[in-house]
Design a binder for this molecule. Structure first.
Ligand code: F3S
Length: 275
């Protein structure tokens, strides 16, 4: 049986960086915490906890210590609130997300009506929205773009992990909405690279294993794309692999979401190879 890894898989630059920053601020007394889980991966969150980096859901759970802002970023009011509580703030916001946040802010400052193209409830999109002083409109479909009223100056930014093709389509509808439109394509290449590599691999294997948190949007998307090409299973760990999946299978492809740790990918890879 041949087991092939996708050319691009697993942790992206921003997640790697955030984890390194979090580990560098670990504390033995449990006072260093990320605000929200550092990534959508329960195994990684647990491992970090053992290494001295906890996670809280809200700042009022912290009396003292260091709050680590995760790669998705937060709104400006969170920095203020953390400082007001006397917490030290360590910012692990991915630089690509930071760019989207600051782009939204400068568009608002320059008098543009701002649209954020992205998933309304995604934490990163919420953070970009906060940086727009809560003035932006968030939309993720062509229909929502069509329903937007016309305006004098329209500024557009995008969720970093949004599909490039879908963004282009939505922008092609938004151009009807204003005589002056400024589009900042704040999409990060990590997502496109992972999706393209996964689809390319899925087209030449009998089965794809997509590894990542069941609550991870980018992993779920990878699994959907692969399922269009071949039999696909979305798993969180090697323990979920089932014998019957491997019947009559000669080639297995493996990919993983941007929040899947290397050690989990390795476990799945080795378990497949040893069959
Ligand atoms: Fe940053 Fe792109 Fe990852 S925005 S967190 S490098 S998916």
């Amino acid at each position: 049986m041949e087991v092939i890894l996708a050319d691009y898989l697993g942790f992206c630059y921003g997640v790697k960086r955030a984890i390194t920053i979090a580990k560098g601020n670990a504390s033995a007394d449990g006072t260093a915490c990320t605000l929200g889980p550092i990534i959508h991966n329960p195994q990684m969150v647990e491992r970090l906890k053992q290494e001295g980096v906890g996670a809280v859901d809200a700042l009022d759970e912290m009396e003292k210590g260091t709050v680590i802002i995760r790669s998705h970023g937060v709104g400006p009011q969170v920095y203020d609130a953390a400082e007001a509580r006397g917490l030290e703030v360590v910012d692990a916001t991915c630089p690509h997300v930071k760019k989207a946040q600051l782009s939204a802010k400068s568009l608002v400052d320059e008098g543009y009506s701002v649209v954020i193209v992205g998933e309304k409830e995604h934490p990163e999109v919420r953070s970009i929205f906060e940086w727009s002083a809560a003035k932006a409109v968030i939309l993720e479909t062509v229909e929502e773009a069509d329903a937007l009223p016309k305006c004098a100056k329209l500024g557009v930014v995008c969720q970093t992990t949004f599909s490039g093709a879908k963004f282009r389509e939505i922008v092609s509808h938004l151009v009807e909405k204003s005589c002056e439109i400024k589009v900042l394509r704040t999409i990060c290449t990590a997502t496109d690279q992972r999706q393209a590599a996964a689809m390319e691999l899925a087209a030449k294997v009998d089965m794809m294993l997509v590894i990542g948190g069941k609550n991870s949007a980018n992993t779920t998307r990878l699994a959907q794309l692969c399922a269009d090409k071949c039999r696909t299973y979305h798993i969180e760990t090697a323990a979920e692999l089932q014998d019957e999946w491997f019947d009559k299978i000669e080639k297995i492809g493996i990919t993983a979401g941007a929040s899947t740790p290397d050690w989990i990918i390795k476990e799945v890879y080795i378990k497949c190879q040893n069959r």
